[in-house]
Design a protein around this ligand. Structure first.
Ligand SMILES: Nc1ncnc2c1ncn2[C@@H]1O[C@H](COP(=O)(O)OP(=O)(O)OP(=O)(O)O)[C@@H](O)[C@H]1O
Ligand SMILES: [Mg+2]
Length: 241
């Protein structure tokens, strides 16, 4: 079809009948079973569900960190599961930012240097890197903390640095796997508010969270259970505008 619904709707993430199987000896475990999800550009989607339900597996497929055993994963019009590692690494650098529960900042680098790293990998000029890293840190509320080491920052501040780093190359997509799992509730709220602001500014965001009250900040929620999508409990008037 030349003019399909998908073109009109501008689907950024398109997971088609994805299955991810782990085999351990004689045992076969379906981490994901025939999952299909479409997420449009600019959507903020929260993934919730019990431990072991396949949330991280789904996020890792979308992030090009892992490949499905069956099915296809498309991001921004590119079929990730068909790419080799080099092509994937390059694609990720420009299209996908990822943040995790344990921040994963380099401990010997300042906030500014941590945020500069993805631009260094891309070969950007030093002067541009510095200005751009400052811009991103200011945007996440850390304009006054740029020269600190991670150990000199609070958990919430460290996660802000990680988000600035994930977005510094301006990818259309941000993936966040329990980014508030290691934060107290006030800092967790702050991070989710920041994610919401980024979504309102046009980023597409896939957030995994255990906490229903945080999921409420998203436009839509996907509930997973036993490797399958069990439902979409929100929106049910969840979004207050
Ligand atoms: N590398 C692996 N080898 C074998 N089994 C795995 C592997 N990674 C994940 N699994 C299994 O796949 C299932 C889904 O795991 P996944 O990490 O996606 O769950 P999750 O929903 O993210 O859980 P949590 O909330 O605890 O992070 C689980 O049963 C898990 O044990
Ligand atoms: Mg997980």
């Amino acid at each position: 079809m030349l003019c399909s619904d998908k073109v009109k709707r501008d689907v950024l993430i398109d997971v088609r009948n994805a299955t991810r199987v782990y085999t351990m000896g004689a045992r076969t475990l379906y981490a994901l079973r025939d999952v299909s999800v479409e997420i449009e550009r600019g959507e903020f989607v929260a993934v919730v569900g019990p431990s072991g339900s396949g949330k991280s597996t789904l996020l890792n497929l979308v992030g090009g960190i892992d490949k499905p055993t069956n099915g296809e994963v498309w991001v921004d019009g590119t079929q990730l599961d068909a790419m080799d590692e080099n092509a994937l690494a390059k694609f990720r650098r420009n299209h996908i930012g990822i943040v995790f529960q344990f921040f994963q900042l380099l401990p010997t680098l300042t906030a500014l240097e941590n945020v500069s790293l993805p631009m260094e990998l891309r070969g950007d000029e030093r002067k541009y890197r510095r200005a751009r890293a400052q811009e991103m840190l200011t945007r996440v509320g850390l304009g006054a903390r740029m020269m600190q080491l991670p150990s000199e920052l609070s958990g919430g501040e460290q996660q802000r640095v990680a988000i600035a780093r994930a977005l510094v190359n301006d990818p259309p997509l941000l993936l966040a796997d329990e980014p508030t799992g290691n934060l107290d509730s006030a800092n967790a709220e702050g991070i989710v508010t920041l994610l919401r602001e980024l979504a309102d500014a046009g980023k597409t965001i896939l957030l995994i969270t255990h906490e229903a009250n945080l999921a409420r900040a998203a436009h839509r929620t996907i509930l997973m259970r036993d490797g399958e999508i069990a439902g979409q409990p929100f929106p049910i008037g969840a979004r207050e505008n």
